[in-house]
Ligand binder design. Sequence first.
Ligand code: 3PG
Length: 215
Amino acid sequence: MTTTADIKQICRQAPMIPVLVIGEIEDAVPMARALIEGGLRVFEITLRSDCALGAIERIAKACPEALVGAGTLKAAHDVDDCINAGAVFGASPGSPAPLVEKVLDAGFPFLPGCVTPTEAMALFDCGFEVLKFFPAEASGGVKMLESMISPLPDVAFCPTGGISLENAKHYLKLPNVITVGGSWVAPSGLIAQKDWNAIRKTANRTCEELLCVQS
Ligand code: 3PG
């Protein structure tokens, strides 16, 4: 299925996926450039601020080398909004049926959120082979994902929620973890301070340390 093939390909290009909250639309492009210069060109702009769709649109136009995704999709109408803004993939903390149906209908590369084996099995049956494991640390973390390797060998995960540069290495060593996501590279505070240099440096260090452990 196209949705699955595309999202796998996107995740494989990301040692990690920064999860971003943009408060001011003017920050979108400089922040994206800092991440790209630091080596991270796949990132997720969450629909948690009023300017999120505008930020995606600006980045998609100004940074063709970026693979800009939309995060925190909750409703079916979010899918059209994100596609129209130029997002090349989406992610959600969960997987409500109307959202999942719309994503499949649109053929939109997507990371549906899940925590339990039952949710993972249901999503796999719908055609999703890569799932967002959220909130990762609060839901059993590395041990929980390790427990799913044997019974669900065909399911890959992108854990997010509580991931840091240090614990990311433990996740990435698991064969069922394709990449990880998190806000540590560009937390809202650094974006609000417009500290593009700090974001570039953290992205660069993150790339150097994670690329060698990613399976
Ligand atoms: C997400 O949506 O994936 C999380 O908000 C990121 O979680 P973190 O801030 O703990 O990295």
